[in-house]
Design a protein. Structure first.
Length: 306
């Protein structure tokens, strides 16, 4: 998944990576164990090599590689690209707009929006390896001029006020204990009237979440809130929440269709499991179980920067 920040739009092909611990100390003046724990959760170690191997195995040529080719593996949230398409319908990106993706992961949605809509997307994430991979995939897809990536912390975004025309975040805030600061920073860097779409897994009425899940191996780095509480946080941060969408039914139908398609077939090569790696199948099964039992709810908040 993701978690994030940025100091300036990265120049094409440049990721400007720093070590996670040093970066956090530079921002805060001290080590931040929680942030380091979140970054460590997502670090793979040899992710780019794994992706290249899987692309070769799937018969996907690097020559002419597109964001759509990568979509089966690099949209790191429930329902994958389908959920991104729903988010885009609410975000309404336009060519030439400057858009921030807070907690970009390996940059799938950012590249997808840049490729399909011509917007300039800045993706930021706490995990250094994700940023390295995102920048390299932007280079391979010929999108380095429109999709920029850099490591940073979402709780202290090094941008001027009112920098971006629009913004989004997908399944990031579950890893953030201080959601008030997370959304306040998002509001600060957006222009007044900017559209902002926040997707997250919310706490459901069905009981405690079963771990591990894609965003957390244990409850210590998982911070779910009920939808009403998140709405209140967003409004206090400076947003006008226009719509709240509970996509549980869509997610259940998506999972069922995926199970039906998988019957009697060889598992696909390009999936988020490349990135999830450790106990990936268990984490995805638990995610589906939490959804089915109402322990977790996929929610999308459509907002306007007040």
């Amino acid at each position: 998944t993701r978690a994030a920040g940025l100091s300036a739009v990265a120049s094409p092909g440049r990721s400007d990576i720093q070590g996670v611990g040093f970066f956090i100390r530079r921002l805060t003046g001290a080590s931040n164990p929680m942030s380091e724990q979140v970054a460590a959760h997502y670090t793979h170690g040899s992710l780019m090599e794994s992706i290249l191997e899987k692309l070769q195995e799937a018969g996907v040529a690097l020559d002419g590689l597109s964001a759509l080719d990568l979509a089966p593996m690099d949209h790191l949230h429930g329902r994958g690209r389908a959920a991104t398409d729903d988010m885009i319908a609410h975000l309404r990106p336009q060519a030439g707009q400057s858009i921030i993706d807070i907690g970009c992961g390996v940059g799938g949605p950012a590249r997808y929006i840049a490729e399909r809509h011509g917007a300039e997307v800045t993706g930021i994430d706490l995990t250094a390896e994700f940023i390295e991979v995102a920048a390299e995939l932007a280079r391979l897809t010929g999108l380095s001029d429109k999709a920029h990536f850099k490591q940073a912390n979402a709780l202290d975004l090094p941008f001027e006020d009112a920098t971006f025309d629009a913004g989004f975040t997908q399944n990031v805030s579950m890893s953030v204990p201080d959601k008030a600061q997370f959304f306040a920073e998002a509001a600060r860097v957006l222009k007044p009237g900017a559209r902002f779409v926040a997707g997250e897994v919310a706490q459901g009425p069905g009981g405690d979440v079963i771990y591990p899940v894609p965003w957390a191996m244990t409850v210590e780095i998982s911070h779910l809130t009920p939808p009403d509480e998140t709405t209140d946080i967003l409004e206090k941060a400076g947003f006008r929440v226009e719509e709240v969408h509970d996509s549980t039914e869509h997610a259940l139908a998506y999972n069922q269709a995926a199970r039906e398609r998988a019957k009697g077939k060889t598992p696909p090569v390009l999936t988020p499991l490349i990135i999830l790696r450790d106990r990936g199948m268990e984490r995805m099964r638990n995610s589906a179980r939490n959804l089915e039992q109402g322990r977790a709810i996929p929610v999308e908040f459509v907002c306007i920067r007040a």
